[in-house]
Design a protein around this ligand. Structure first.
Ligand code: UDP
Length: 326
């Protein structure tokens, strides 16, 4: 489908996923409006887009009233802190961007008659009691735990998005994103992959939380962006899981990274954070059926590209240990 005449607003444009989405829409010939308050995003991720005539940028917090002049065809709401370390540091902003921010953007979508896609998350399933997780599972979330500010904001986000769809007829799409990795992740965001690769770069021990038997299923960013793109252009308004079902324990994941980086770091075990999900794997039957989508990039290849990216960063970005440990 040719969408080259469309104008797209991406919130969280300077973040990991937002910046890759901006690249994708620019490549499709769209006009892209990026928006970010730069709390967790970095202009480094979109610096290359500033010279592009189809790209413009607003430094703005979407938790406050959002104004964008001109027409908009699509709004993709990707602004949010997205790692447990961030939620602990900025819990109120995390709640506000998922709730007030989504409300503002749904209002904007309504007046612009734009289609709105929200970035939801596997965190709506909490520490899941069913495995793998399909979209009909309602989740097991602790509202007052450390992840509650993110999980409940995202659950509210889904609720208000469906309400705008049913009550106001706004065209909406909901993607539930599982663990994703790739270039432009923040080296100090505390997530497992950048933590392990950062430690490898600095020659530090690799910190595995708990006994490392908890599992995650990691999706390479290019696969994720393709899934989101297809969902946006589909006519399906219910949530769709996008992720890679290739599940691995965190201990095995740490060992894969030690092997890949060719460093001989040893693993040290630290306490498991509260409410850390024991296992996570997406059931992607719906994405396969509705979007004809499934991930293509093997973990070995994706990890290599990500490692090459982290290795290419200037030395001052390889931030000291205190920022990387929980
Ligand atoms: N983790 C770890 N060491 C670290 C950072 C994270 O063992 O230095 C663990 C974390 O406790 C979790 C898993 O790795 O069990 C994935 O963590 P991440 O923050 O990447 O994602 P999430 O828990 O939100 O899925």
């Amino acid at each position: 489908m040719d969408i080259s005449n469309k104008r797209v607003l991406v919130t969280g444009a300077a973040g990991f996923l937002g910046s890759h989405l901006c690249d994708r829409f620019i490549a499709e010939g769209c006009k892209v409006v990026g928006m970010d308050n730069l709390i967790t995003g970095s202009l480094n991720n979109i610096e290359h887009l500033f010279k592009h005539e189809n790209f413009e940028f607003y430094h703005h917090d979407v938790s406050k009233f959002v104004f964008v002049p001109g027409e908009l065809d699509f709004i993709l709401h990707f602004a949010s802190p997205a790692s447990p370390i961030d939620y602990l540091k900025i819990p109120i902003q995390t709640l506000k961007v998922g709730s007030l921010g989504t409300h503002n953007l749904l209002g904007l979508a309504r007046v612009k008659k734009a289609r709105m896609l929200i970035a939801s998350t596997s965190e709506v399933y909490g520490d899941p009691n069913v495995h793998p997780q399909n979209e009909d599972y309602w989740g097991n979330v602790n509202p007052i735990g450390p992840r509650g500010v993110y999980d409940e904001a995202k659950r509210f986000q889904e609720a208000i998005t469906m309400a705008y769809h049913t009550f106001h007829g706004v065209e909406t799409r909901i993607v539930r994103i599982f663990n994703t990795y790739g270039p432009r992740m923040r080296l100090n965001d505390g997530r497992a992959l950048p933590a392990f690769m950062g430690q490898a770069l600095r020659g530090e021990d690799i910190t595995v939380f708990g006994d490392g038997s908890q599992t995650r299923s990691f999706c390479y960013v290019d696969d994720l962006i393709e899934g989101i793109y297809r969902l946006l252009l589909s006519d399906y308004q219910f949530p769709v899981n996008i992720g890679n079902p290739d599940e691995i324990s965190i201990k095995d994941f740490a060992e894969e990274i030690i092997k890949l980086t060719g460093t001989d770091q040893k693993i040290v075990y630290k306490p498991l954070p509260q409410d850390d999900p024991k296992q996570r794997q997406p059931d992607i039957t719906r994405a396969k059926d509705i979007l004809s989508w499934e991930p293509k990039v093997a973990r070995a290849d994706g990890l290599k590209s990500t490692w090459d990216y982290f290795r290419s960063l200037p030395e001052w970005e390889i931030i000291p240990r205190s920022f990387t440990s929980a």
